[in-house]
Design a protein around this ligand. Structure first.
Ligand SMILES: O=C(O)c1ccccc1NCC(=O)[C@H](O)[C@H](O)COP(=O)(O)O
Length: 216
């Protein structure tokens, strides 16, 4: 995938309040993520996600995030919340991820040792894209930690998002250095898990746009 010099997509993840969803929409963010991973401190109930979805402006995607949830759980959330994209952080394979009739992003654990040399596009042919995150395989996302960006595979053949430890302070450098299709942030715009900070949300978007101008 050629770098996109025009506009880096932005996803805010782990939202739990309708007000944060509204502000994200006003700031021109492309997608917001709702966490359904079982052990997460940002986990919300399907009813809450459904209510927050109504706070979204048109043309903003809603992403439902899972980590080794059961097929029944994912199905129930798809039915109830109607997310536009699914995001899988666990050991789910391509057949599982594409079994819900909704486009999906596969999160790739970049912490720990590299485990396989099989190209991502061969392992996940049905993925709409990838999200490179800092957790180790089996670990939780939303850690606020960065990883070594030089390890990002160059041959994904699909759009990919950079995640893990991005903040308003480092996202300019991250976008200039890696030229991702999109960036994803949770902890870096938070006051506490799930509670976003309006000023940090705004500065994050401003810094990504500044990097986009720099990359032209
Ligand atoms: O946010 C969680 O609690 C979580 C739990 C289990 C799997 C994934 C989880 N979050 C993923 C994300 O919020 C982001 O995609 C990504 O990890 C970036 O997080 P951060 O480093 O906090 O910016």
């Amino acid at each position: 995938m050629k770098p996109n010099f025009f506009r880096t997509r932005i996803k805010f993840c782990g939202l739990t309040r309708a007000g944060d969803v509204r502000l994200a929409s006003e700031l021109g963010v492309d997608a917001v993520g709702f966490v359904f991973a079982r052990q997460s401190t940002r986990r919300i109930e399907p009813e809450e996600a459904r209510a927050m979805r109504t706070a979204l402006a048109p043309f903003v995607d809603s992403v439902a995030l899972f980590k080794d949830n059961t097929q029944e759980e994912v199905r129930e959330i798809v039915r109830h919340v109607r997310p536009s994209i699914l995001q899988f952080h666990g050991s789910e394979d391509d057949a599982f991820c594409r079994g819900f009739g909704v486009p999906y992003l596969k999160a790739i654990a970049m912490g720990g040792e590299a485990r396989t040399t099989i190209p991502l596009r061969a392992r996940f042919p049905g993925a709409a894209g990838f999200l490179f995150d800092s957790h180790a395989p089996g670990g939780e996302g939303g850690s606020g930690k960065t990883f070594d960006w030089s390890r990002i595979p160059q041959d994904t053949g699909k759009p990919w998002l950079l995640a893990g430890g991005l903040t308003p302070e480092n996202v300019f450098d991250a976008v200039v250095a890696t030229r991702p299709w999109g960036v994803d942030v949770s902890s870096g715009i938070e006051l506490s898990p799930g509670i976003k900070d309006g000023d940090r949300m705004r500065s994050f978007v401003e810094e990504v746009r500044r990097a986009d101008c720099h990359n032209l």
